[in-house]
Design a protein around this ligand. Structure first.
Ligand SMILES: *[C@@H]1O[C@H](CO)[C@@H](O)[C@H](O)[C@H]1NC(C)=O
Length: 370
């Protein structure tokens, strides 16, 4: 008992110490450093030093001085960690945006958070500053609370249950109807087959049944207002949706529809344990604008959370045609999944035509054993 309490105390100390270190680092580099501008800069010295310091502090505080398994020279830092730290610097990327971080953390403790409270978190999270620091202030809630909510996720949700001061738009009518807020329109989504790029849910269910795979639990990456989760609810499948509230109340509306929204950016490790999901879907929030290496980490994380025999559904991923053949198809191929469906079609909107873009819809099945 005494030992675990002591260990907890030490871990707490380590946490506090590293946070103080980060703060110190923040204050000393704020003036001098600029975010790197080239796409693949060499590993900056300060990053190596920071990693070293954090590790040294934790080692010191947990008294593992002589543990030979914890290397201490910079050259022995795993290259994957260094690479990843540049893609999405672990916690330290907040350092590149001191202005936003200061604005976010500038509040009076134990009193209401200053407006625009929730919206202030988005720009930081989207810049890789995640997880965000916790705050000790009261986030505002709408003044009027609904006394009942629809059980059907396609019924209208009360407009007054959203804090519109987080957004430019002040009501649903103002939002672009293609964004997923017109729930009548959403009702017909994902159900019909118009082109080869479509995979209607009935077809997905049939495929799963034929391969004797039970689909009960799924994750929708970048799922907007949660329409995939809503359609799957009709099939008694539970889907959690990762979604941001960038410029519109996606999280709020998913929640009002009775669907679980996870406020998680694309670059975050999926908050799910290994091998627990039957299906992961990526909507077209996952596309060529994500750096290739970040995409690679994303698809391997999808593999991690899928169970053997589980499905990975790439729904209208878009890229330039030539990149699909040269970059993305080989990237997905590395997973060694069975191609249940693989359909490519021209992206015919104006930017698609201009950039010679294509869509890929693929249903891939993870091998049961490797
Ligand atoms: C979902 O569950 C309900 C209640 O158990 C059942 O009546 C319904 O048939 C199920 N729907 C599907 C598609 O399995």
């Amino acid at each position: 008992m005494g030992f675990t309490m002591g260990l907890n105390l030490l871990l707490l100390l380590a946490m506090v110490a590293t946070n103080i270190l980060s703060l110190y680092h923040l204050s000393t580099t704020m003036i001098s450093t600029k975010p790197p501008t080239t796409p693949t800069p060499p590993v900056p010295d300060h990053l190596l030093r920071q990693l070293q310091t954090i590790r040294a502090t934790i080692t010191h505080l947990t008294r593992h001085h002589s543990n030979p398994s914890i290397p201490t020279t910079p050259s022995t830092i795993p290259s994957e960690l260094l690479l990843y730290t540049q893609l999405s610097p672990i916690a330290s990327s907040c350092r590149h945006h001191p202005d936003l971080l200061h604005q976010y953390m500038n509040y009076t403790p134990f009193s209401p958070c200053p407006p625009p409270s929730s919206a202030a978190a988005e720009p930081l999270i989207l810049r890789g500053c995640h997880p965000l620091p916790r705050r000790r202030c009261f986030s505002p809630t709408p003044n009027k609370q609904p006394t009942s909510l629809p059980t059907n996720p396609f019924s209208p949700v009360p407009e007054y249950s959203i804090l519109w001061n987080n957004y430019k738009c002040k009501n649903f009518n103002c939002l672009n109807p293609d964004l997923g807020f017109d729930l009548k329109k959403e009702k017909s989504k994902l159900l019909t087959y118009k082109t080869d790029l479509d995979l209607p849910i009935s077809q997905l269910t049939d495929i799963a049944k034929k391969s004797k795979i039970v689909v009960r639990l799924a994750l929708d990456i970048g799922g907007g207002t949660g329409t995939f989760a809503a359609q799957m609810k009709e099939q008694n499948v539970t889907v959690i949706t990762t979604t941001m509230s960038l410029g519109a109340p996606y999280n709020e509306v998913a929640a009002l529809r009775g669907l679980v929204p996870l406020h998680v950016p694309l670059q975050q490790r999926l908050p799910v344990f290994d091998g627990v999901l039957d299906l992961v879907r990526c909507g077209h929030a996952v596309n060529r604008w994500i750096p290739v290496q970040a995409m690679e980490f994303l698809v391997y994380d999808v593999d991690r959370v899928l169970r053997g025999g589980g499905f990975f559904w790439v729904d209208r991923f878009f890229s330039k045609g030539v990149d699909l053949d040269k970059v993305y198809a080989p990237l997905i191929g590395k997973l060694g999944y069975k191609k249940v469906k693989w359909a490519v079609g021209k992206k015919t909107d104006s930017s698609g035509v201009k950039n010679d873009e294509v869509y890929l819809t693929a249903l891939l099945q993870k091998p049961v054993s490797r």
